[in-house]
Design a protein around this ligand. Structure first.
Ligand code: PRT
Ligand code: MG
Length: 216
């Protein structure tokens, strides 16, 4: 038995993942975005898809409940990446992790004074590591979404969040003041599954590598 389970999330990276999978010969029988089913067979007799929350993809793969999955580098850094191979940068879901604040906030002055700063973010680990590298003292407030609101209502001085078009920042009179890192989505694989199910997994990884290179 070498049937593979792939963990995917609904939302913004699915649209870019499906064409790569299709080029690798894997097409879900129903549109994962529209279907209410959580387990979907695919056109590939040995591959099925499970639909999970973006932040849960690494957990399913780490525990072997899924053999492989697609997750943003942001999600992987927060998860820690324990027990995961990351063989492929798929080059999709591209954005930047940034520090942002109100247009009127004196960020450079605050940094120079060495003042304590309150940071609101979903990315607690990335934020702590970023400010530790800068030897800045910060208090981190954990949020689960709509980070852009926090500086507007006095919950935090700055946010650490993802930016793609910059429209959300602009619409809320916020500006990016530091670039932390570029983000894209990765293929992640359970190491045990790679060994035991290599006959099915390796051709899929190779096909994804080819379709990634073809579109980049
Ligand atoms: O939505 P849900 O709570 O279920 O989960 P999720 O937010 O983790 O999933 P989803 O689908 O929103 O994001 C999945 C992955 O997409 C993330 O883990 C990133 O790797 C990647 N990605 C790429 C982004 C963006 N671009 C992005 N722009 N994820 C989120 N955003 C948000 C950002 O947080 C900000 O609120 O979009 C807003 C900014 O967009 P612009 O275009 O206005 O700059
Ligand atoms: Mg979202």
């Amino acid at each position: 038995m070498s049937a593979l389970t792939l963990a995917l999330s609904k939302g913004r990276i699915l649209d870019e993942t499906l064409p790569l999978l299709a080029a690798a010969g894997v097409v879900p029988v129903e549109d994962p975005e529209a279907s209410r089913k959580l387990i979907l067979p695919t056109s590939h007799p040995d591959v099925r898809v499970v639909v999970v929350r973006a932040a849960d993809v690494p957990t399913y793969v780490q525990y072997g409940a899924a053999d492989a999955g697609v997750a943003g580098k942001d999600v992987l850094l927060e998860h820690g990446g324990d027990g995961l191979y990351q063989p492929l940068d798929l080059g999709i879901g591209r954005c930047r992790m940034v520090v942002a604040t109100r247009r009127t906030f004196d960020w450079n002055g605050t940094v120079q004074r060495g003042g304590r700063v309150r940071v609101a973010t979903k990315y607690v680990r990335i934020a702590r590591e970023h400010f530790a590298r800068k030897a800045m003292h910060v208090d981190v407030v954990k949020l689960y979404g709509s980070m852009e609101l926090a500086p507007l209502v006095g919950l935090a001085d700055v946010i650490v969040d993802l930016v793609s078009t910059g429209n959300t920042l602009r619409a809320n009179d916020l500006v990016a003041v530091e670039d932390i890192m570029p983000i894209s989505s990765r293929l992640i694989v359970n190491p045990g599954a790679l060994k035991i199910k290599r006959a099915t997994m390796q051709p899929l990884v190779d096909a994804l590598r080819r379709s990634t290179q073809a579109t980049s």
